[in-house]
Ligand binder design. Structure first.
Ligand SMILES: O=C(CO)COP(=O)(O)O
Ligand SMILES: O=C[C@H](O)COP(=O)(O)O
Ligand SMILES: [Zn+2]
Ligand SMILES: [Zn+2]
Length: 310
């Protein structure tokens, strides 16, 4: 049991055509819920910390909590920086003990993205840390109305090959129609699997990463709305599409929104059903349980990573 890189996890996942769940963590209950689920399923797991999480929790608390989770669970866990927005932030996380960092310079030009990503790779690799980078743009993709706008945001397969070769990254986040948050599609959910297949064939044995991959599970949206919430029209990536992606070279599937919805649904329900409760443990306990159940379902029925720790 240790903090590990994702190298071996991705090798096994690629060969076995399943994906490792990368779950965003912000506090103790979220970490415990995810890790309990992984332990039950004997599954490899990635815990990731965003820039926002760093600001909210102070990364030292999160790192210590992850270390405690490793000691308590006996699992190998990857501690990953999600969407690092500068080389400086990535280097800081490498120095802080993260075993994996993402540099997201996808909003820069292709050449600038390569330059910044390379800088991170050189530093991280010299310290034994792995690097994920992004090519193509996720945000706002769902608003694209015509094909050319859509194409401009999606990952270009030829560029992906050049990007991987020139940067030396360990995994690549691609844009094929997913987006962050609870409102991913206005009509029918649709991902560009043809593009994914082309990228995957051009980059054999190379792990791809799918961001914005929450399913926005209807049961949690309904519970939120039933108990005082107001999140109408929320829609995510159907589970069968995630399974399909994991058979086409996607080894890491990022999930945050589904954690937020599970946690919020449980807290809302508890507080409405128990209006005189004011002990945080009374509602954070059920929230942790909801996360555990949701993550276990993902591992077992969607990602296919059960028993990957064996
Ligand atoms: O990609 C993510 C984190 O990097 C999370 O995506 P979701 O908003 O779909 O959970
Ligand atoms: O990439 C988005 C993740 O859901 C993290 O979100 P955050 O930046 O609000 O922590
Ligand atoms: Zn991005
Ligand atoms: Zn993301």
């Amino acid at each position: 049991m240790a903090l590990v890189t994702s190298t071996e996890m991705f090798k096994k996942a690629y060969a076995g055509q399943y994906a490792i769940g990368a779950f965003n963590v912000n506090n103790m209950e979220i970490i415990q819920g995810i890790v309990d689920a992984a332990k039950q399923e004997k599954s490899a797991i990635i815990l990731q910390v965003s820039a926002g999480a760093r600001k909210y929790a102070n990364p030292i608390y999160l790192r210590k909590l992850v270390e405690a989770a490793i000691e308590d669970s006996g699992l190998d866990i990857v501690l990953h920086l999600d969407h690092g927005d500068s080389a400086e932030m990535c280097k800081k996380c490498v120095d802080d003990g993260f075993t994996s960092v993402m540099i997201d310079a996808s909003h820069h030009s292709f050449e600038e993205n390569i330059r910044i990503t390379k800088e991170v790779v050189e530093y991280a690799h010299s310290k034994g840390v792995v690097v994920e980078a992004e090519l193509g743009r996720l945000a706002g993709v769902e608003d694209a109305v015509n094909v050319s706008k859509e194409d401009a945001s999606y990952t270009d397969p030829e560029q992906a090959v050049e990007f991987v070769k020139r940067t030396g990254i360990d995994s690549l986040a691609i844009a094929i129609g997913t987006s962050h948050g609870a409102y991913k599609f206005k009509g029918e959910p649709k991902l560009d699997f043809e593009r994914l297949e082309v990228i995957s064939n051009l980059l054999p044995n190379f792990p791809l990463v799918l961001h914005g991959a929450s399913t926005v599970l209807p049961e949690f949206v309904e519970l939120c709305n039933k108990y005082g919430g107001n999140i109408p029209g929320a829609q995510g990536v159907p589970e069968h599409m995630l399974r399909q992606a994991s058979k086409l070279g996607v080894c890491k599937i990022n999930i945050d929104t589904d954690l937020r919805l599970a946690m919020t649904a449980a807290i809302r329900r508890h507080l409405v059903e128990n209006p005189s409760d004011f002990d945080p443990r009374k509602y954070l306990g059920p929230a942790r349980d909801a996360i555990q159940g949701m993550v276990q379902h993902k591992i077992k029925n969607v990602l296919g990573s059960s028993n990957s720790m064996l």
